[in-house]
Ligand binder design. Structure first.
Ligand code: HH2
Length: 363
């Protein structure tokens, strides 16, 4: 994965607009992306002449006049992904068939156990299962293509046989692994390098998407997993990540991937300090200006440990649920989580209490 040139982050084509959220009945409230969150003003984010981010509050009338396309992207309902309507938050369960993943490494190395765990996640409310065969945690070493394929294929095949309707995603940076996973039944290519690690990935993603209703997730990462936490730097983390995602989105579309089936992800923890992660979570809503559904993966990550004081990654479920709800409140459509039952219960209560009661609102 190439390290982006920090002296010149790619330019954003539009200013970003971050929706300033409000109650659904507030004057002038508009519905965010056809979903459950509401906003009635925006924060305009732009670079100044030094490349630093500047923020200014704007009314919707001003935004209409000055940044119509970005405002339109905030309100346009998102198309369904893998047949899942995105008018409520969806849950992606994490299933790592690896010995070394940071929180569940080694637990699902036996394919039978991984399939069992996946079926339990589906029962607990997962809409999608994300199967990975290479850890991308900080410091992780790369895995060969053959090894990665041998890890994920039996799990995908087993799940396909036991739950033919399940929506399966493959978490890989390699075109050949994605192709094999799709042949076995996966329908989402989740690439933490946003198709930048494997030169064959853009064409492969486009071809896989043309053949079915498949989707693609483009995630931001700075640097390679092995070194990405060694002093990561940004001019403005939110603007830099947004610009990167916009550029990768355009490249994927140029390679032939259908735009409405591409999902974006800020890549929490991938080449980011705690301050960077907090800035991205706080400004998450601004990424809706890029016009794509947002996938958010915060589950059990270091940020949760740092904020909660819980050292052991597999004991961070309470903090993870809080962060997932924080993301849902900002309109993130897909939440990538290890603790499916806990997240599904929390979301059901939050939605039921009006956190996501879009049906009561007048759009
Ligand atoms: N995080 C991880 C892996 N894949 N994919 C997306 N789209 N977004 C994420 O935030 C993301 C991801 C890292 O978490 P995990 O899979 O639990 O660990 P590991 O990489 O150690 O297998």
């Amino acid at each position: 994965m190439a390290t982006p040139d920090l002296s010149a982050p790619p330019a954003l084509r539009e200013p970003l607009l971050q929706p300033l959220l409000c109650e659904r009945g507030a004057p002038g409230a508009r519905r965010l992306t056809g979903g459950w969150a509401w906003f009635n003003a925006v924060l305009r984010l732009e670079r100044n002449e030094f490349g630093e981010g500047e923020r200014r509050v704007m009314s919707l009338a001003e935004a209409e006049a000055e940044a119509r396309a970005a405002l339109g992207a905030l309100t346009a309902p998102r198309a369904a992904v893998l047949g899942l309507s995105l008018d409520r938050p969806r849950i992606m369960g994490v299933l790592n068939a690896t010995p070394d993943s940071f929180s569940d490494g080694g637990r699902h190395l036996e394919p039978e156990r991984a399939v069992e765990a996946g079926l339990a996640m589906l029962k607990a409310g997962a809409d999608i299962l994300d199967i990975g065969g290479e850890s991308t945690r900080p410091g992780a070493a790369p895995v060969s293509e053959a090894e990665e394929r041998d890890r994920v294929l039996p799990v995908i095949e087993g799940l396909r046989a036991a739950a033919p309707e399940a929506r399966l995603s493959v978490d890989t940076r390699k075109a050949a692994v994605a192709e094999a996973a799709f042949a076995a039944g996966a329908r989402l290519f989740n690439d933490v390098s946003a198709l930048s690690y494997d030169p064959a990935a853009p064409a492969a993603a486009a071809a896989l998407m043309r053949e079915s209703d498949a989707a693609l997730c483009l995630m931001h990462a700075q640097g390679d997993p092995r070194t990405m936490q060694d002093d990561p730097r940004y001019q403005d983390a939110l603007l830099d990540v947004a610009a990167f995602l916009q550029q990768r989105l355009e490249r994927a579309v140029a390679a032939g991937a259908p735009r409405e089936r591409i999902v974006i992800d800020p890549g929490i923890g991938f080449g980011k300090t705690l301050a960077h992660n907090i800035m991205l979570m706080d400004g998450l809503g601004a990424l809706h200006s890029l016009g794509a559904p947002i996938l958010l993966g915060v589950s059990r990550k270091r940020m949760i440990g740092a904020l909660s004081g819980v050292e052991a990654a597999d004991r961070r479920q309470h903090g993870s649920v809080a962060a997932a709800l924080f993301g849902a409140a900002r309109g993130a459509q897909i939440l990538r989580v290890h603790d499916v039952a806990e997240t599904a219960e929390a979301l059901a209560v939050w939605m039921g209490l009006g956190g996501g009661a879009a049906e009561f609102g007048a759009a």
